[in-house]
Design a protein around this ligand. Sequence first.
Ligand code: SF4
Length: 180
Amino acid sequence: MELEVNMSNSKTKKIFFISECLLNQNIRAYGVGNMKGSGSVADIVDLLKINDIGFSVVPCPEIPYEGLKRFACGKSHYNNEKYRAICSDLAGQFIERYKLYIDDNYKIGGFICVNGSPSCACDYCYDGEDGHTKCMEPGVFVEEIQKKLKKENLSLNFIGVRIKELDSVLEKIKNSISKL
Ligand code: SF4
């Protein structure tokens, strides 16, 4: 039996990459509270949903390194060869997916990631002995993604979520949506 392929479609082909824990806060490290509510961060999910935008989930890189039973740490804890290799591998998969989207004319609003995270921050993370010293640099995973983007001559809009800055984060997302 022949399958009918529907190429005309209701697909908007508009997507954002999004860090896994924004859709499932349960996976955040022990000692780190939920950002907002439980389950997913509804304000972000709802905003994308009402605009018919799809999610492309970026898997949590810390889980393959330490599992779910891990404790909150600063960037130094993750800044090592073994963890960078895991992040580099995931970053490679991320870039491959990104290129597939581009090749199929998707419109990509950016990567909604998590500021403050030693892995998934784009603007600032935390480090120091107490893990509470702010440092104005990306997390390890985002650094590995940025290296690969540069190598491939690709650019990507990073939007870092910090729940205290939720209003401005939502504005940034809206602004990116308006350009799709
Ligand atoms: S490593 Fe990234 S995806 Fe995993 S919990 Fe931290 S911020 Fe979320």
